[in-house]
Design a protein around this ligand. Structure first.
Ligand SMILES: [Zn+2]
Length: 379
């Protein structure tokens, strides 16, 4: 099974010049080959085979760009002719047309050959281009094979790289074991507490980086250029770059950590029931510390869990945020409205149940989630 992930990339000026050159060469070679195929067909009645190598003598600049990009144009054109003359009517398409500068997509496709294309933290590697800064919103998983990458530029000038992976077929008859389930309760001071009482937290280095960031920002604020309208000094620019570097580092650390945690859970459990939250309203309501809430990436974490579980034929059940998970005694079902007070950390029930507030909530979320899941599976 193939899977494509499209990443936004931010090339340097030098890299964007190379992209433009490659787009241009891909279009040029397409038009040259198409013209020769048509001419050959008109004189011999057969469509001649043409390769990019045939044109490199006459157009030496073709040698400057990624050769895979040109090879893929050849394959693309062959497929276009194949489809046009296809006997199956469904596949049949129009006759291949020339690409004009105005009316053609700026793109090219390159192939991975032993790591020439790679996805890493915050960057994508491409042949002849090197590492291009990128937003890696999703990391490829273990066992995924990187096949090819398509670079494109949209009409607004934004650049994207769509990376194609070959991924192992999901086990088709994997029947999820509904008893292999876990409940997650959102925790504002960490990430979540699970129904076994374990805490999923943000990485400790993350705090350290934050201290570093605060220090760097304080230094920046004292430099000439920090006030509006003030001319920025060279030191200010230098410090600003440092601040931005720490920001990027923190974002990568966080993403990395969320990926690790979510992969672990998706591998281990068949059903995950999690408290669903409206992160925006939470941050706005001053639920604890607004920044801690936004920073801890719970929403991002649930998103990752969602697709990782579904890739494995498993379930993520989001339990409605209005479900009073922290007020119900998990053992006897009695309601405890006093638990609305976040300061009460332990539930003491008349049934004799004595349990930490968060674990009790996680257990209730698990039970509610399984109820919802069973209901929807029965429907
Ligand atoms: Zn009770």
């Amino acid at each position: 099974m193939n899977k494509a992930i499209k990443y936004r990339v931010y090339p340097t000026t030098e890299q964007s010049i190379m992209f433009a050159k490659t787009f241009g060469c891909a279009r040029k070679i397409y038009n040259l080959m198409l013209a020769d195929k048509i001419a050959g067909y008109q004189t011999t009645g057969k469509i001649p085979m043409v390769t990019p190598a045939m044109y490199k003598q006459e157009y030496p600049y073709l040698k400057e760009v990624d050769s895979f990009a040109l090879c893929n144009v050849q394959l693309h054109l062959q497929a276009a002719f194949g489809n046009h003359f296809s006997k199956a009517r469904k596949k049949r398409t129009g006759f291949p047309r020339f690409k004009s500068l105005k009316n053609s997509r700026k793109s090219y496709t390159t192939n991975n050959s032993h790591g020439t294309v790679a996805v890493s933290d915050g960057a994508i590697r491409l042949p002849k281009i090197g590492w291009v800064k990128a937003v890696i919103h999703r990391q490829p998983e273990d066992g995924w094979l990187l096949k090819s990458a398509t670079v494109s530029q949209d009409p607004d000038g934004k650049y994207y790289v769509s990376v194609l992976f070959e991924i192992p077929d999901p086990v088709r008859d994997h029947v999820p074991d509904l008893s292999n389930a876990i409940g997650l309760d959102y925790a504002s001071d960490g990430l979540y507490i699970d129904s076994n009482g374990n805490k999923g937290t943000n990485h400790k280095y993350y705090r350290e980086s934050h201290e570093k960031l605060a220090k760097a920002q304080r230094r920046l604020s004292r430099m000439q250029g920090s006030r509006k309208g003030e001319k920025r000094s060279a030191n200010y620019e230098k410090q600003l770059r440092k601040v931005n570097r720490i920001h990027r580092h923190i974002a990568n650390q966080r993403l990395d950590h969320l990926h690790k945690l979510s992969t672990e859970i998706a591998n281990r459990y068949d059903v995950v029931c999690a408290e669903d939250l409206d992160m925006r309203s939470l941050a706005g309501r001053g639920f604890g510390n607004g920044r801690a809430t936004m920073d801890n990436g719970y929403g991002m974490f649930l998103g990752m869990l969602g697709y990782k579980l579904s890739d494995r034929g498993k379930y993520l059940v989001r339990v409605n945020k209005w479900f009073p998970s922290s007020q119900i005694c998990h053992r006897c079902g009695k309601m405890h409205p006093e638990m609305k007070d976040l300061k009460i950390r332990v539930m003491d029930c008349s049934c004799g149940h004595h349990i930490g507030r968060d674990q009790n909530a996680a257990l209730n979320i698990l039970r509610e989630g399984l109820r919802v899941l069973n209901e929807s599976l029965a429907a």
